[in-house]
Design a protein around this ligand. Structure first.
Ligand SMILES: Nc1nc2c(ncn2[C@@H]2O[C@H](COP(=O)(O)OP(=O)(O)O)[C@@H](O)[C@H]2O)c(=O)[nH]1
Ligand SMILES: [Mg+2]
Length: 365
């Protein structure tokens, strides 16, 4: 899973990136045009408990990659298209966008557009993303309209299908509507998958609130949620400055500090949890003497999909899956005990995997 951190200049993108990755990328300034990349292990207490039970040689958590992309210089009319080509390509490849929105006041960090106004900033960046998609969609649409009737019958048919989807998307984008709001069905989504449109990606907007404004953050979030009525979109808040400081403490001091501030969980845990929900992802586990491991699949995926996430050979030669819920296994203490208690189930190809299943795939080579 790859999540791109986007936002206007000086919104706190790099600070959020450092918080999530416990990194030390340079903040302030436009950071040149470098792209920061950080891989974060997904914290999961269930995996930790499985590891305590199985005492394997290694533990392999799921991971998430965060990208911190440079904002184009805040000149009038700069758009996402003004990103360097490699940064734009990485942005297009991301599975979701983490949109950092500035809500903190700090005279030492002037806001590029004057005063702090989260709603204006949220809309402004969305507009840039919409324009970037529109430019691409219109160009392709024109091309198809002029030369789409050439080629083999199969090519013409594919062009017709693409044309039909683009003809829906372009008016939407022109009216400022992100592609994800169109709720395209699977077939339509497949036709345009290659474009990697930016406004098709799920968005987690993170309000970066001031150190002293944590108490009022919830009200701000509620207000924005009401206005930002897009599909596959979530709004949350954090104080990136505080989270970065907490990240530099040892675990015990961090817990004390968190308690004092009334912060229930680390922003890393929270952002990851919300990202999973946003993307409709779940985890299943494999466990044995060699390793315990968390795997990421989509909610709705079947036992064969899970096998395929591990290795394509397992999907190809799939016989059946032995499945036990993680809580049952932890409670009963071993696979053998789970079996005795009738909690270990044999499931076929079409079994819909549940979050937290511990799975062993039986397959023929
Ligand atoms: N007071 C305050 N300053 C912040 C906060 N988050 C970021 N900053 C500062 O704002 C400036 C820009 O932050 P940076 O992360 O580089 O923003 P970016 O341009 O979006 O990557 C830096 O000087 C940060 O220290 C915050 O929550 N509170
Ligand atoms: Mg930055």
């Amino acid at each position: 899973m790859e999540i791109a951190i986007v936002g206007l200049a000086a919104s706190g993108k790099t600070t959020v990136f450092n918080t999530l990755t416990r990194g030390h990328a340079e903040t302030g300034g436009y950071g040149g045009m470098t792209v920061n990349v950080g891989v974060v292990k997904v914290p999961d207490p269930r995996l930790t408990q499985l590891t305590e039970l199985f005492k394997p040689k290694r533990e392999v958590p799921a991971d998430v990659t965060y990208l911190d992309l440079p904002a184009p210089p805040p000149t009038d009319g700069a758009t996402a298209n003004d990103l360097p080509a490699d940064a734009l390509a990485r942005l297009r490849n991301a599975d979701a966008l983490l949109h950092v929105v500035r809500a903190f006041e700090d005279p030492a960090v002037p806001h590029p557009s004057g005063g702090v106004d989260p709603w204006r900033d949220l809309e402004q960046l969305d507009l840039e993303l919409t324009l970037a998609d529109l430019a691409m969609a219109e160009k392709r649409l024109e091309k198809l309209q002029t030369s789409g009737r050439h080629g083999t019958p199969a090519e013409r048919e594919a062009n017709e299908r693409e044309l039909a989807v683009l003809e829906r998307i372009v008016p939407g984008l022109t009216a400022g509507r992100p592609i994800r709001d169109l709720a395209l069905d699977d077939d339509a989504a497949k036709v345009i998958r290659g474009f990697r449109f930016l406004t098709e990606k799920p968005v987690l907007a993170l309000l970066n609130v001031g150190e002293g404004d944590l108490a009022s953050a919830e009200a701000q979030v509620t207000g924005l949620r009401e206005r930002y009525d897009h599909r596959q979109s979530m709004i949350d808040a954090l104080s990136a400055r505080i989270e970065m400081e907490i990240g530099e403490l040892d675990d015990e001091s961090a817990a004390v500090f968190r308690e004092e501030l009334g912060l229930a969980e680390s922003s890393l845990d929270r952002v990851i949890r919300l990202s999973y929900r946003l993307l409709g992802l779940i985890s299943f586990f494999t466990a044995g003497p060699d390793e315990t491991r968390a795997w990421t699949i989509h909610d709705g995926d079947t036992a064969v999909d899970a096998a395929g996430a591990i290795h394509s050979d397992l999907a190809r030669g799939f016989i059946r899956a032995e499945v036990v819920a993680c809580e049952d296994l932890l409670e009963l203490g071993s696979m053998a005990e789970a079996k005795k208690a009738g909690r270990l189930r044999s499931e076929g190809k079409t079994y819909r995997v549940r979050d937290g299943d511990v799975i062993e795939i039986l397959f023929s080579k």
